[in-house]
Design a protein around this ligand. Structure first.
Ligand code: 5GP
Ligand code: MN
Length: 333
């Protein structure tokens, strides 16, 4: 639990007298990373700061409707390096792992900027000078909302829309376990700004999918395997299938949830073969079943019920590591 009056004062102190602010999130940004980043951007701009948003990867098309999304710079070396090296403050949203800054990392390390992490993942890294981390928050967007309020800020329609996208993304549309009464009260307040059109946002985020994504879903569901007495479901997508469906950039989080939705299943994994020879696993689980420790052992991270890792291993070796690793999760000694 974050004590927001204390943290608010520390944030206020950090903002005081520091010129040039850079915001970023994790590689392959999602709705929580981007919504948190854009929401905080609008607030800092409203306070009169000079702010830039710099990410390792472009904004996926479905998030580009957010006002402010077009201001995000994709790291390009030269210009972005100058902004990071010249910054007095660096904020990272929805990411505690320095290596998940991607190509920005070396410049952030070299910069004298004070580093602030606003996140709800399980890792607290000494890399950050100030950690505003709460694993009970349903989304990093919830922490951005609390931070803006603690700083005495007013929530504008643009901030409301971005923060709403963060909530909707990370709560699976208000159904995951961290969706509290507080979450719904915040949502009501965001809606009262007039900045949120739920059907428009739903269509942008969850519909309007490509035929390729539906085909990928078909491939993966046809491959579904059930192990550990039907408690673990996993499926893989090969590089060839991903190529055929133009699917490397597709958000497949619904797919791993579909595997989890099967009766009796308490943990699921989607395992993808990347052209680099690496293998990416997305892990999901229900309730007390903690798949985060497995993700950390595989070199990744995340949350108790939703984690991921990128393994330096070919696909079948990656599958073996995941399936074997589930033994300790589901059948601890
Ligand atoms: P997804 O499976 O949707 O990619 O990610 C689920 C969760 O696991 C997210 O919260 C994300 O931050 C985390 N995650 C996914 N991949 C990685 C990874 O390679 N490293 C770390 N540290 N976390 C990851
Ligand atoms: Mn998040």
């Amino acid at each position: 639990m974050i004590k927001w009056d204390e943290v608010g004062a520390r944030l206020d102190g950090a903002l005081e007298g520091r010129k040039g602010i850079v915001l970023s999130t994790h590689v392959n940004p999602d709705g929580d990373g981007l919504g948190s980043e854009i929401g905080l951007y609008h607030h800092l701009k409203a306070r009169g700061h000079q702010v830039s948003m710099i990410n390792n990867d472009p904004v996926p098309a479905k998030y580009r409707f957010m006002s402010g999304a077009s201001e995000i710079l994709v790291y390009d070396g030269a210009r972005c390096r100058d902004l990071i090296l010249g910054a007095g403050l660096f904020f990272v949203l929805d990411n505690s792992s320095p290596e998940r800054l991607g190509r920005l990392l070396a410049d952030v390390q070299a910069s004298k900027a004070y580093r602030i992490c606003i996140d709800h993942h399980t890792i607290v890294d000494p890399f950050w000078n100030l950690n505003c981390v709460d694993v009970d928050a349903c989304a990093s967007g919830q922490l951005v909302y609390e931070a803006i309020r603690a700083l005495g800020g007013k929530i504008t329609p643009g901030m409301a829309e971005a923060i709403y996208v963060a909530f909707v993304t990370d709560t699976g549309h208000f159904r995951f376990s961290k969706t509290t009464a507080r979450v719904h009260r915040i949502i009501a307040e965001l809606m009262e700004t007039g900045g949120i059109n739920p059907p428009k946002i739903y269509r942008a985020l969850f519909e309007g999918v490509s035929p390729g994504l539906n085909r990928l879903i078909a491939f993966a569901l046809a491959d579904a395997h059930y192990e550990y007495g039907g408690r673990f479901a996993w499926a893989r997508l090969t590089q060839k299938q991903l190529e055929e469906c133009d699917g490397f950039e597709e958000d497949t989080s619904d797919l791993v949830n579909m595997l989890l939705s099967v009766e009796g299943v308490v943990a699921s994994a989607l395992i993808k073969e990347f052209p680099s020879g690496k293998t990416k696993v997305s892990l999901r689980s229900l309730g007390e079943v903690n798949i985060n420790r497995l993700a950390v052992r595989l070199g990744g991270g995340g949350h108790v019920n939703a984690s991921g890792a990128v393994m330096t291993a070919p696909l079948e070796e990656g599958v073996r590591r995941v399936v074997d690793g589930m033994k300790e999760v589901l059948e601890p000694a």
